[in-house]
Design a protein around this ligand. Structure first.
Ligand code: PLP
Length: 477
């Protein structure tokens, strides 16, 4: 549980902070010689005045627990050990020295606020807990027998689950595949990670949509992969743009989320899908179809998946249960030619020795439950109601300030904000007003756009969240 100040306590706040910092030091979170958060950062983290932290640090200095040098911050004391600071490992240097880049500061700020119960979260791209088919799953779990197998699972994931996924892909998305061509991953995220790590190398150029979820992945940058941005309109990207890019940059791969795209909600037009596949075949460029949203269609039928139209095996298909059942289950999958799946499975084994058998078993129970279709229908109806509530709130509170496309599936609504304001300032204002949203630049677009997620909370909170955003916008310069 995250530590919080007890503001109703008789104990002064600075004293509570000292005790909290003593605890963090004694449990090894801050070893001897390590740097403590600056006064400004800690004040922000604990939501107190900077002067409260100044007092706490002064007392800690007076008691010998920490030392401060002008310009180099406050460090935990060495407690008389005969070691110089420069002989100790400098964890801060290690932390910035690894090969994987950290998430962007904007994203880290949002992740932190998403844990604050007082903040209405229209930023996190997931379903609210009430959309999990709890009753169905519990009933199924009571009836089913789970034989605990204590060893590692098959490299590609549990066979029964892969068979279930293969047959549902045929039924719901017209995709022909077999269990041997399916790899179970820790969400779609790990499937993307494996593709980037195993099938690309530094210096390669890939195409991604702009805006796009992929843009938010520092993985491309960490790996030294160049990204070219494909602009999209209300029918998705224009396949003709790919040829021009390829002639200039030799494109190694195309990453697309063609159905109810995150963040725009737009679906690639069926004619463009056909053209895109023709180009992929003609120029030998693989397509990564990232498709977590097809089953969330609520106003229209989802267009056919690229994979279902793929006669030559140019598409690697990724999906997951995160947007239809639960993001916490961490069940995703990737479908592709056997050599690719074997290569990815081999690396997945190096990373984590395969996926937890328990969540795979549970995923299989959910997918084979006789009520699964009913759940998907109910999910669609709820998402439609929430989408409508969001549109209503936008027209009530921001009638002339925003423009947006109406999504027909998925969980996001993409808005252009007409007033020119700094994204950081708007986000900070929104946090002060008790809500968070996803700023457009986190998803690739230049400033002036925001993404609101309507899957994460109910209609009342959606309305209140948009009302708070409207006030934040009013106060932003
Ligand atoms: C387009 C897209 N791909 C992949 C992911 C990752 O989802 P997960 O790893 O939870 O399956 C997301 C999550 O928001 C997404 O929107």
């Amino acid at each position: 549980m995250e530590w919080k100040l007890d503001r109703s306590s008789h104990k002064p706040m600075y004293r509570q902070i000292i005790e909290h910092m003593e605890y963090r030091i004694s449990n090894g979170e801050y070893p001897p010689g390590s740097l403590l958060p600056s006064e400004r950062v800690l004040a922000k983290e604990l939501e107190v005045n900077r002067s409260t932290i100044v007092t706490a640090y002064e007392e800690m200095r007076a008691s010998g627990l920490v030392t401060s040098k002008k310009g180099s911050g406050t460090r935990v004391s060495l407690f008389g050990q005969e070691t110089e600071y420069n002989q100790l490992p400098d964890w801060d240097q290690y932390v910035i020295g690894g090969s994987l880049l950290p998430n962007a500061p904007l994203m880290r700020r949002i992740f932190k606020e998403a844990r604050n119960e007082k903040v209405i979260d229209l930023a996190t791209g997931e379903l609210s807990p009430d959309l999990f088919p709890r009753a169905q799953v519990e009933e199924r779990m009571r009836a089913a027998s789970f034989t605990f197998q204590s060893g590692y699972e098959h490299q590609q994931g549990n066979l029964q689950l892969r068979e279930t996924i293969a047959s549902q892909l045929k039924r719901d998305r017209d995709i022909d595949t077999a269990s041997s061509s399916v790899l179970i991953t820790s969400g779609a995220q790990q499937a993307l990670y494996l593709v980037i790590q195993c099938l690309l190398k530094p210096g390669d150029t890939v195409l991604i949509e702009d805006p796009s979820y992929c843009y938010s992945l520092p993985l491309f940058k960490s790996m030294g992969i160049k990204t070219c941005l494909l602009k999209a309109d209300k029918h998705g990207i224009n396949p003709d743009d790919i040829v021009a890019f390829h002639q200039k940059n030799k494109i190694r791969m195309i990453f697309l989320n063609p159905t109810f795209q995150n963040p725009t909600g737009v679906s690639l037009h069926p004619k463009r899908r056909k053209k895109l596949l023709e180009i992929a075949v003609e120029y030998g460029i693989p397509i990564i179809e990232d498709d977590p949203y097809t089953l969330t269609a609520f106003d229209t039928q989802a267009p056919p998946t690229l994979k279902s139209m793929d006669d030559y095996g140019v598409v690697l298909y990724i999906s997951s249960l995160s947007k239809i059942v639960s993001s916490g289950l961490r069940i995703g999958w990737i479908v592709g030619p056997q050599p690719v799946i074997s290569r990815l499975a081999d690396v997945k084994q190096q990373i984590d020795f395969g996926h937890s058998i328990f969540s795979q078993w549970m995923a299989n129970e959910v997918l084979t439950s006789p009520n699964f279709d009913e759940h998907i229908q109910a999910l669609g109806s709820t998402l439609r109601r929430r989408r409508d509530a969001m549109i209503q709130a936008l027209s009530d509170y921001l009638p002339n300030e925003v423009e947006f496309l109406v999504p027909k599936g998925g969980i996001h609504l993409w808005c252009r904000v007409k007033k020119r304001v700094s994204e950081w300032k708007l986000l900070e204002q929104a946090i002060d007003h008790g809500m968070i949203f996803m700023p457009g630049s986190a998803l690739g677009s230049s400033e002036g756009y925001v993404r609101f997620t309507f899957g994460r909370t109910d209609e009342t909170n959606i309305e209140e969240g948009i009302a708070r955003f409207a006030s934040a916008l009013l106060f932003s310069k």
